[in-house]
Ligand binder design. Structure first.
Ligand code: CU
Length: 155
């Protein structure tokens, strides 16, 4: 079978790209780079009820004025709700799930993380504008997913 030179060149380029992309996937997986966003901390989702932090998830004020918000997502709500945080202070969100994968998104901000059973997703951000923000689950989690919302009050 005769294949034109340019056809052959493009076939080799396409083949090389496939090998490159597969190589990137395999190497990042092997290097352990595939993990929940920003944080590697595991927690047993089956024993959250007796966990020192997540059995009673709440907002705690630290000595330096910053705030740590521990949050548990479960079908189909977030605990605590509402979440009250101070304006202008760094808020560290620590989020996990007790059942399936949920999303935690503060609508209109950059706050967005997955709530993954077995892991603690953590990120820190500061809310400068006081007000009420909608928290939405943005990972499909079941029949009432569309109603899985919470409220963040910044004051
Ligand atoms: Cu959901």
């Amino acid at each position: 079978m005769h294949v034109e030179l340019y056809e052959r060149i493009w076939m080799w380029i396409a083949g090389a790209l496939i090998v490159l992309f597969l190589g990137v996937i395999v190497s990042t997986a092997a290097a352990g780079a595939i993990q929940p966003p920003s944080h590697i901390e595991t927690v047993d989702p089956a024993t959250l009820a007796s966990h020192p932090e997540f059995s009673d998830p709440k907002v705690k004020t630290n000595a330096d004025g910053s705030v740590t918000a521990s949050i548990v997502a479960a079908t189909f709500s977030f605990t605590p709700d509402p979440i009250e945080v101070p304006a202008g202070k760094p808020v560290t969100f620590r989020i996990t799930s007790s059942d399936v994968i949920h999303g935690f998104m503060v609508v209109g901000t950059n706050a967005n993380a997955m709530a993954i059973p077995g892991y603690v997703s953590q990120f820190t951000m500061t809310f400068d504008k006081p007000g009420e923000y909608l928290i939405a689950c943005n990972e499909y989690c079941g029949v009432l997913h569309h109603g899985m919302v919470g409220k963040l009050i910044v004051k």
